[in-house]
Write a protein that binds this ligand. Structure first.
Ligand SMILES: [Zn+2]
Length: 234
């Protein structure tokens, strides 16, 4: 299966052939739909073909490597296996997710401490840090985030081999999500002069595209766990 979002996160639609279609999920030979993973929710959108369409309400990974399952709305018509469909994501929503996801990388570079969890939502995001310090300053983090956004750093994927990553374990900031090794190479996300870490998600091209943000609540979730919430400021 060709995962178009891996090399082009800005691709909103593609033509694809239906491999299998059941009420529980539709599989295509290629897709622009990002499956839930790495703290980023799965895409929603629509599959269209002459004479019909299927609203897609969620996307998740299948059992095979690089397998993506498009979840149809309950009771929706299904395309025939072998049919050609146009697969189109809800771009407005995806772009908000890309902006917030990229902002989480910036947050990682500002707050020290290992990341133990996190989630990107529509218009908001949060990261949990393993950090005994309870004095995280909301105003300071907000100012630093917006500075990095205003500086408009370039954001780009970079691939390295498993061996290179094994030799540079400090690249891994996230303890809860180990980078997928074993495929020979690992996808890193680089924000020029700011951050470099393994990530398979979708991101904007430059930090300026994130737009202004602010830190919401900073919660103490246990002795060593600080949960930092981010919101779009506009
Ligand atoms: Zn990422």
């Amino acid at each position: 299966m060709e995962l178009i979002f891996r090399h082009d996160a800005y691709c909103r639609s593609c033509e694809a052939t239906v491999v299998a279609a059941e009420a529980g999920g539709i599989r295509l030979d290629r897709t622009v739909f990002y499956p839930m993973g790495g703290g980023q929710p799965g895409d929603v959108g629509v599959l269209r073909w002459p004479g019909g369409q299927t609203p897609i309400v969620d996307t998740h990974k299948g059992e095979g490597r690089d397998e993506v399952v498009h979840v149809p709305a309950e009771g929706a018509a299904l395309p025939e296996p072998g049919a050609t469909v146009e697969a189109e994501i809800d771009w407005e929503r995806r772009h908000r997710l890309m902006r917030m996801h990229t902002c989480m990388h910036l947050l990682c570079s500002i707050v020290t401490g290992d990341v133990t969890g996190g989630a990107v939502g529509d218009g908001k995001g949060r990261l949990d840090f393993n950090l005994p310090d309870t004095s995280l300053d909301k105003e300071h983090i907000t100012a630093e985030l917006n500075r990095l956004i205003d500086e408009d750093h370039e954001v780009r994927p970079r691939w390295i081999t498993d061996e290179e990553l094994a030799g540079n374990p400090q690249l891994v900031r996230t303890m809860s999500v180990k980078p997928p090794m074993g495929a020979g190479k690992v996808r890193l996300l680089e924000i020029e002069d700011v951050d470099l870490q393994p990530c398979g998600g979708t991101h904007v091209r430059r930090t300026g595209e994130i737009g202004p943000v602010r830190i919401g609540k900073i919660e103490n979730k246990g002795r060593q766990n600080r949960r930092v919430n981010i919101l779009f400021a506009d």
